[in-house]
Write a protein that binds this ligand. Structure first.
Ligand code: ADP
Length: 214
């Protein structure tokens, strides 16, 4: 049945005010997965009080590593042929057409994600690094999460990353610097869209909000 909350019901879930809903993208890069640092990174964000709203492990592939595309892509939800644009006029059983976005993670995703860096001399090495093994993509939410996360991650260059930051504590070299974090609220919105589908983000109410934010 549908649950209807009374306006003054103390158990009614409260929508967080918008300033608490700022989101940022964090990637735990392949070096960190190989070095079993995923939990250490997650722990820092949990301990700080940020809220995890999306997470997945994925391998980004170069085109040569990808299997040839299937001729027809069945709908991932109903396994019927109601794919992209409803070419067949929707699902034969009347289930609403699911619009599939291609989410096979390939080099194109990294080209979008690192659009500003494509002309840099280290870009080919960066692509090789980011496709060398699985990475963990996460979305964290909270007050000023973009700025706080950049502070927690530290300098791009490990040598100047402050002790106590993720890179300052776990990374030895700029080319193996453990994590990615969005650098502005606008960038975060774009990057989250590159890495996640809308329904992969989970809205939930954390019980400690009044103790975390006052
Ligand atoms: P950040 O990740 O701190 O936002 P940038 O956007 O400048 O830094 O660079 C993106 C990523 O490219 C870095 O995190 C790092 O993995 C890689 N990178 C940057 N500069 C170099 C470099 N000089 N040599 C190798 N890799 C680099």
């Amino acid at each position: 049945g549908v649950c209807v909350w009374g306006d003054n019901d103390p158990l009614r879930p409260r929508a967080a005010p918008p300033e608490l809903q700022e989101k940022t993208l964090v990637l735990v890069k392949p070096d960190a997965v190989q070095r079993r640092l995923v939990g250490h990174v997650i722990q820092r964000f949990e301990r700080r009080g940020f809220k995890l709203v999306a997470m997945k492990l994925l391998q980004v592939a170069l085109p040569t590593q990808l299997p040839p595309p299937p001729l027809r892509v069945p709908c991932s939800r109903c396994h019927a042929e109601c794919w992209e644009g409803g070419a067949k006029g929707g699902h034969p059983l009347g289930v609403p057409t699911v619009t599939l976005r291609c989410h096979q993670a390939d080099r194109g995703l990294l080209d979008k994600h690192y659009q500003q860096l494509q002309q840099k001399p280290f870009y080919p090495a960066l692509l090789a690094y980011m496709t060398s093994g699985p990475l963990v993509a996460m979305v964290w939410e909270g007050y000023n999460v973009v700025r706080s996360t950049r502070a927690m991650v530290g300098d791009t260059n490990s040598a100047t990353a402050a002790a106590g930051t993720i890179r300052g504590d776990f990374s030895m070299h700029v080319s193996r610097n453990v994590v990615h974090a969005s650098d502005s609220v606008e960038t975060a919105q774009r990057e989250i869209g590159f890495w996640f589908q809308r329904d992969e983000l989970v809205a939930w109410e954390s019980g400690d909000r009044d103790y975390t934010y006052g």
